[in-house]
Design a protein around this ligand. Structure first.
Ligand code: DC
Length: 221
């Protein structure tokens, strides 16, 4: 069974999906982290995003050295090194929308995402999970929140990592990424028609999890 959770940055998808997976006893897959890890690798390798050959060669290199450890929280290794924290940094965040808009990058990631789901029940969070990756998912949720609230949530996360960034820079990043992610040609950020939308502006994380959990229980009755 797949529970798809989509929505823009800063709506609390990751925390919600992790807690929900625990509560349901499901695997947990953070697809944003997957795109971030490919981006991290591309930055290390100085990949030229205008050169399709360079991109394709580096996707293969990446596939050979990456390990997505499917546990909660998910851990990502590159050549045996844990990069789960590094991929959250501003340098990767600034670049990830461009990398995730590349068709070959998405094909590589989607292949891995479907293979994980074939192994059992999973909560999957991302942007295109209910629309493209798992259009037949049993449960689809789309989280939203007001832009100011999302920026403050992100600020808290960056502060925890000691990243030197102010709320205005975060707002700019959120706007730019929403715009980029929603308007790209391939698999844009979009609510699936049959997704249940939740405005999380005034919700605590526990409330978000509880709303989703109740919806799942209701349908399963
Ligand atoms: O959820 P996040 O902020 O970690 O995601 C980082 C970026 O990855 C996001 O700006 C767009 C991209 N992404 C995507 O294109 N498709 C997904 N399923 C998940 C994330």
């Amino acid at each position: 069974m797949v529970v798809a959770i989509d929505g823009p940055a800063g709506v609390g998808k990751t925390t919600t999906a992790k807690l929900l997976a625990d509560k349901l006893g499901f695997m947990y897959l953070d697809t944003g982290a997957m795109y971030r890890s490919m981006t991290y690798f591309f930055l290390q390798k100085n990949v030229d995003l205008n050169d399709i050959k360079d991109i394709q060669e580096n996707i293969i290199l990446f596939e050979n050295i990456v390990e997505f450890k499917i546990q909660n929280p998910m851990i990502i290794f590159l050549s045996g090194k844990d990069i789960s924290q590094e991929i959250r940094r501003v340098a990767v965040t600034n670049y990830v929308s461009q990398v995730s808009a590349i068709d070959d990058v998405r094909k590589s990631m989607v292949k891995i995402q479907r293979s994980v789901a074939s192994k059992g029940n999973v909560v999957v969070e991302g942007r295109d999970i209910g629309t493209v990756v798992f259009p037949d998912a049993e449960f689809k949720f789309f989280l939203t929140a007001e832009y100011e609230v999302r920026a403050l949530r992100r600020l808290k996360e960056f502060n925890k990592m000691n990243e030197n960034i102010n709320v205005n820079q975060i707002k700019e990043d959120l706007l730019a990424r929403d715009n980029y992610d929603s308007n790209r040609k391939i698999s844009p950020l979009k609510k699936a028609e049959d997704a249940f939308e939740i405005d999380t502006t005034n919700c605590t994380i526990d409330e978000q999890v509880s709303i989703i959990f109740k919806e799942i229980e209701k349908k399963n009755e």
